[in-house]
Design a protein. Structure first.
Length: 182
């Protein structure tokens, strides 16, 4: 799977250029409408051509970025995908109960994190060592809460609650809980 940091960087660059193009249109239009002197009108053909270009660019950008989301195909085809490993994790009383101290995953294995809450709504997030998030999901009591993921490189990850569950929730961190090995 493409790393989510790569996706975020690409989307940041693409959407920044898109917003700059929109701002250029607004600036050009404002300049043409408010300037004194020549009394030239904004040519509607040029204006609407630029607006049309921005619409096509925006829709294209959304389609392209939609195709770069690394977990999309796994989510859409999850009925046909069998996980190589399943980790059953329980959350209760502001604590994670893991099946073992460290969850060991082999590179390129498809892993299913099956997470259950016994009392409150929590978040389940996996974080890199630099504290950037790999993925997260909301964990609601009495509901099926699972996520499939494929890790493409060795690393060590921490688990954190990503949902506000009261003042005690801030301490819901298990450092170095997941290790991906060759």
């Amino acid at each position: 799977m493409i790393d989510s940091n790569t996706v975020l960087t690409g989307q940041t660059i693409a959407y920044t250029f898109y917003v700059l193009a929109i701002m250029a249109l607004m600036g050009w239009f404002a300049y043409k409408v408010t300037r004194d002197g020549s009394r030239k009108e904004v040519k509607s053909a040029i204006f609407y051509s630029f607006v049309g270009f921005l619409v096509v660019l925006g829709v294209s950008l959304h389609i392209v970025t939609h195709e770069t989301i690394p977990w999309k195909s796994m989510d859409l085809n999850r009925a046909e995908i069998k996980a190589d490993k399943v980790f059953h994790i329980t959350m209760a009383n502001h604590e994670f109960q893991l099946p073992s101290n460290k969850l060991i995953i082999t590179k390129n294995e498809i892993v299913k994190f099956d997470v259950e809450s016994k009392d409150l709504t929590y978040g389940f997030g996996l974080f890199r060592s630099d504290n950037s998030m790999v993925f997260q999901m909301q964990v609601i009591p009495g509901h099926n809460n699972d996520i499939l993921w494929q890790f493409d490189r060795p690393a060590v990850y921490s688990i954190r609650s990503t949902e506000y569950s009261g003042p005690k929730g801030v301490n819901m961190i298990v450092r170095d809980a997941v290790e991906v090995v060759e």
